[in-house]
Design a binder for this molecule. Structure first.
Ligand SMILES: [Zn+2]
Length: 449
């Protein structure tokens, strides 16, 4: 079966990226027939479907029985395969310290692993804009990138990561990493952030509730998103949520909402008080989650961060994977949309990108049903990236961003690790053509010093 459709695929030349879908039909229509559809809209899989692509867009989705052949269209028998919207990573860092070898390796593994778009949550936007453009035009294999310009209080800019991202300039005084205080001209600061090409402003650390509110209002007035850490120190989760930011990152940062763990700055974070969580659901977080649900704010939970953090056996209690997963589960039960973001990469030797681990953690640890974990990495992630009009579901008119897998991910989300090919903006990337990473590709000299 596999040989049959791969042979059919081999006959296809990958079409050029089309602007506006104005190519003649004969040049660019492809129909994937008899495929099982998981469109991230319906809760279940739909067998024997026909998905028609034209240029870089999805043209039609129908039952294969009602499919009317299109003259000169390429037809591919995708029987036995499952098609999903291209996966979207909602928390990456490709340009903290700009390293082309590193970024290209990560992006290549992502694309061939089913990821067609990614949010980047702070880095050197001079470099991010470069790789964003190259991936968009197909000059390098990689997902679409939606990056941020960071804002934080002046005291944050002693952090070495800000120096790595501002090489050649002064950390805190660049358009992509701005130090903000009460004297800042906020409309000008937001305009500068927009000028970098950023999709959003990232509110990182050391900002007061008042400044968080002012930046958020101004950003929305100027038509740019706001993606925030759950706690911005001293601004607490309640301040961040009530300011109306679009996405809240890091589920464990929500614990700072609980009384007694208030910290003035990011670098003064303290241990948490586990007693606050001994009685089951936190009522304080319940209020927060219901506000998030009402306002449609996405929680970028990043469970993988807590799965990967080193335990401190005798040290103060940190929010660990078990607690982070419990909080994510509470948020999910409260109806908060949860997106799949990793904030880290797997080893160079791993054949798949870290997003697969996050999706698995969402089901295995946070208790989401497979369909909701899939939505976290597709339809909800598209919303987190501000791209819900363009991607995240399989619907006519959206970008032709798709991943085809061999095994049913609704049985077990780890079945997403059976990618046969990825289609991004109509362009085909066959898993069999994937060149694995080499040792050293993901080395980041100097970053942890
Ligand atoms: Zn991050």
């Amino acid at each position: 079966m596999r040989t049959r459709f791969l042979t059919a695929l081999a006959l296809l030349a990958a079409p050029a990226i089309a602007e506006g879908g104005s190519q003649p039909i004969s040049a660019s229509v492809r129909v994937y027939r008899h495929v099982t559809l998981i469109d991230a809209i319906s809760a279940s899989a739909q067998p024997d479907m026909a998905v028609t692509l034209e240029g870089d867009r999805i043209r039609a989705v129908s039952s294969d029985r009602t499919y009317v052949p299109i003259p000169q269209a390429e037809e591919i028998d995708a029987r036995g395969l499952y098609v999903l919207p291209g996966l979207i990573e909602t928390h990456g860092h490709l340009g903290t310290q700009p390293l082309r070898r590193y970024a290209e390796a990560v992006m290549r593994r992502q694309l061939y692993g089913g990821i067609t778009a990614a949010r980047d949550l702070a880095g050197d936007t001079r470099f991010l804009a470069e790789i964003q453009r190259e991936a968009l035009l197909g000059e390098i294999p990689g997902p679409d990138i939606h990056f941020v310009a960071l804002m934080a209080g002046p005291s944050f800019f002693s952090d070495p990561r800000t120096k790595a991202s501002a090489q050649g300039a002064m950390p805190g005084q660049t358009a992509w990493m701005q130090a903000i205080d009460d004297r800042t001209d906020i409309p000008l600061a937001v305009a500068k952030a927009r000028g970098t090409g950023a999709t959003a402003i990232k509110l990182y650390a050391n900002l007061s509730p008042r400044i968080v509110q002012r930046i958020t209002d101004e950003a929305h007035r100027q038509g740019i998103k706001v993606w925030a850490h759950a706690t911005v120190f001293p601004a607490l989760p309640v301040d961040v949520v009530h300011a109306g930011v679009d996405v809240v990152s890091h589920v464990c940062s929500l614990v700072y909402q609980i009384n007694g763990v208030r910290a003035g700055t990011y670098h003064q974070r303290r241990a948490i008080d586990p007693a606050a969580f001994a009685e089951g659901d936190s009522p304080q977080l319940a209020k927060l989650f219901s506000a998030m649900r009402r306002q449609g704010q996405v929680l970028d939970a990043t469970l993988r961060v807590y799965a990967r953090q080193a335990p401190i056996p005798a040290g103060p209690r940190r929010c660990d994977l078990a607690l982070g997963a419990r909080l994510a589960n509470q948020a999910w039960r409260a109806g908060v949309p949860i997106s799949a973001g990793t904030d880290g990469e797997t080893e160079w030797s791993d054949p798949y990108p870290s997003l697969h681990e996050e999706i698995e953690l969402l089901t295995d640890k946070a208790g989401l049903p497979p369909i909701d974990a899939i939505k976290a990495a597709t339809v909800v992630a598209a919303r987190a990236a501000g791209q819900e009009q363009e991607m995240g579901t399989i619907e006519p008119g959206k970008l032709a961003n798709l991943v085809f897998v061999e095994r049913n991910p609704l049985d077990d989300v780890s079945n997403l690790r059976s990618v046969v090919f990825t289609i991004k903006r109509g362009k085909l990337f066959r898993r069999e053509d994937y060149r694995p990473l080499a040792k050293g590709d993901l080395d980041e000299p100097g970053l942890n010093q």
